[in-house]
Design a protein around this ligand. Structure first.
Ligand SMILES: O=C(O)CCC(=O)C(=O)O
Length: 288
């Protein structure tokens, strides 16, 4: 029997970044737990920018778009990615804001490369739109570690619909199977050669982290960290916009995957830098 999902939740380490970038304590917590919460990561103007691009993203601007309508839910559950290439306001929110600097400060890498944006909306009354436990990295055609998902709440997210994280689950750098977000079918690029996802909610040794969010607060997690969320039984929308960034040493792994994560010209073992995955920050070296 699973334990009560709302009890036994330890708060995620949080840092208020209204006045500056995350420092060494935030980086340490990120490396240890695999997730941190950055309060006031983005302001109202940034939130409005993202909001203004949502209709365009959902009506054709995104790649790999899924809009799930379940008979038992009044609302729709949608998720889509790579809209920045079509949607001007998303592009502005990603490149002309402090979004890259927040990610770079946590990663502490030499370079920072944009991987993809991700828009996730659980409209009001999507109680069955639960997100199963998964690792983002299990979906990626990539070798290496050091990717960060910077996930900003567009709405107030109370504890009952908050994301939950298995603390430290990134540390072994072991990839498990991928699951389908809609919950109805097998994931189309499932890798059955990987271990099955353990019964995390039944494991008394798995420490689960979570916290409430206000619009503009960000959760930043390592792509190997297991996370999940419930559906949204409330009468209000629960939406987030995330930006996924790559640090150093990642190369392309030519396995079946969504087109979001692929680009023409990438071959097994190549660097993933290209127009679709641009380098956005880079430390200068003496040779530069
Ligand atoms: O908010 C959710 O329900 C899931 C978000 C998530 O798992 C992701 O963005 O990787």
């Amino acid at each position: 029997m699973g334990r009560d999902l709302q009890k036994h939740i330890t708060p995620i380490c949080e840092f208020d970044v209204a006045g500056g970038l995350p420092g060494s304590r935030a980086q340490e917590a990120y490396r240890r737990d695999g997730v941190v919460c950055l309060r006031n990561a983005h302001d109202k103007a940034w939130l409005s920018l993202v909001e203004s691009g949502i209709d365009e993203a959902l009506s054709g601007g995104s790649q790999d778009i899924d809009i799930v309508e379940k008979a038992q839910d009044a609302g729709r559950f949608s998720f889509s990615s790579q809209a920045w290439q079509q949607v001007d306001s998303f592009r502005e929110a990603i490149f002309d804001s402090r979004a890259p600097d927040l990610a770079w400060a946590l990663l502490g890498s030499h370079a920072l490369t944009l991987f993809y944006d991700f828009l996730l909306i659980k409209e009001a009354r999507t109680a069955s739109a639960a997100t199963p436990w998964h690792q983002d990295h299990a979906y990626y055609p990539l070798h290496g570690t050091g990717l960060i998902n910077c996930w900003t709440a567009l709405d107030r997210i109370p504890m009952d619909t908050a994301l939950r994280f298995w603390r430290g689950s990134h540390a072994q750098a072991c990839l498990y199977q991928s699951v389908d977000f809609s919950g109805d079918t097998d994931y189309r690029h499932a890798r059955h050669d990987r271990p099955a996802i353990p019964a995390i909610d039944d494991d008394p040794t798995a420490e689960i982290l979570g916290c409430e969010l206000e619009p503009g607060d960000m959760l930043a997690w390592d792509s190997y960290t297991f996370h999940s969320a419930s559906g949204n039984p409330r009468n209000t929308r629960r939406a987030a916009f995330s930006i996924n960034w790559i640090g150093d040493g990642i190369t392309f792994h030519d396995i079946p995957s969504l087109s979001t994560y692929r680009a023409p010209g990438l071959v097994e073992g190549s660097s993933i830098e290209c127009d679709k995955f641009p380098v956005v920050r880079q430390h200068r070296t003496l040779a530069d």
